[in-house]
Ligand binder design. Structure first.
Ligand SMILES: C[S@@+](CC[C@H](N)C(=O)[O-])C[C@H]1O[C@@H](n2cnc3c(N)ncnc32)[C@H](O)[C@@H]1O
Length: 225
């Protein structure tokens, strides 16, 4: 059973990004910290929901501000096909995709096992049968994406981030788009330049609260490294 929320959830502007007291980063594969399940009230897809989060994942105490900016900016996702949330955490983006497009398959991808457990649990609680929680290598190679939404893990470092983006953006279908939210202070503009240099047709579609939302029109000429 989920435990009662503790009043220690991070609240500062960058708290969601910091390692917790155990040294775990939110992108640790198997967080060492206790799961400490918490209930979190959030509004997603026009619905007030109570979901489960836990320590050792990104922003367990609130809907991250960047994610809020992303979800306010994105157009309605395609009603069918394969949709991807790259770096799903406890699932706000994947769940929003699944609520909006019940006829699509939503791949909720993360390297953090606890995040994958949480997004699966939250999807089940909402009765969503179209969410597949998966590690990156578990997504079949022939899956092509009708949309990709992501609040990507900037703190993994440029090399890892760039390799991830190359890998998944190259899978966009013709006419499909990716939307990425990136904090301006964490290099949104240099990421946009890198994307353009890598052959991805990229535009800035929103700028709010210190975040940029970048749209990448697929498939461009970006190729997996
Ligand atoms: C900034 S968080 C966003 C989490 C969630 N989408 C949200 O908005 O709250 C980025 C996520 O990317 C995950 N991540 C890190 N490296 C990854 C990789 N190589 N592939 C997929 N996800 C990764 C992290 O574990 C983390 O959950």
């Amino acid at each position: 059973m989920p435990r009662v929320p503790r009043p220690t959830a991070p609240t500062g502007p960058d708290a969601a990004d910091e390692p917790d007291g155990t040294g775990d980063h939110y992108f640790t594969a198997s967080p060492a910290s206790p799961a400490e399940l918490r209930r979190l009230e959030v509004r997603l897809g026009g619905r007030d929901l109570t979901l489960t989060t836990a320590g050792g994942v990104f922003s367990p105490g609130r809907l991250d501000l960047g994610t809020q900016v992303l979800l306010r900016t994105v157009p309605d996702p395609p009603p069918s096909g394969h949709l991807l949330d790259l770096g799903c955490g406890w699932g706000p983006v994947a769940l929003s995709l699944a609520l909006a497009s019940p006829g699509a398959t939503v791949w909720a991808v993360d390297v953090n096992e606890r995040a994958l457990d949480l997004v699966g649990r939250n999807a089940r609680e909402l009765g969503l049968t179209n969410v597949v929680a998966a590690r990156p290598d578990d997504v079949p190679g022939d899956v092509r994406l009708a949309a990709l939404w992501s609040n990507p893990p900037i703190r993994v470092g440029k090399d890892v981030l760039h390799a991830m983006l190359r890998r998944w953006l190259a899978r966009l279908e013709e006419g499909a788009s990716a939307h990425l939210v990136v904090q301006r202070n964490l290099g949104a503009d240099s990421l946009q330049r890198w994307l353009e240099d890598a052959g991805a047709v990229t535009s800035r579609v929103a700028s709010a609260k210190g975040f940029r939302v970048l749209r990448v029109d697929g498939p461009g000429t970006i190729a997996p490294s």
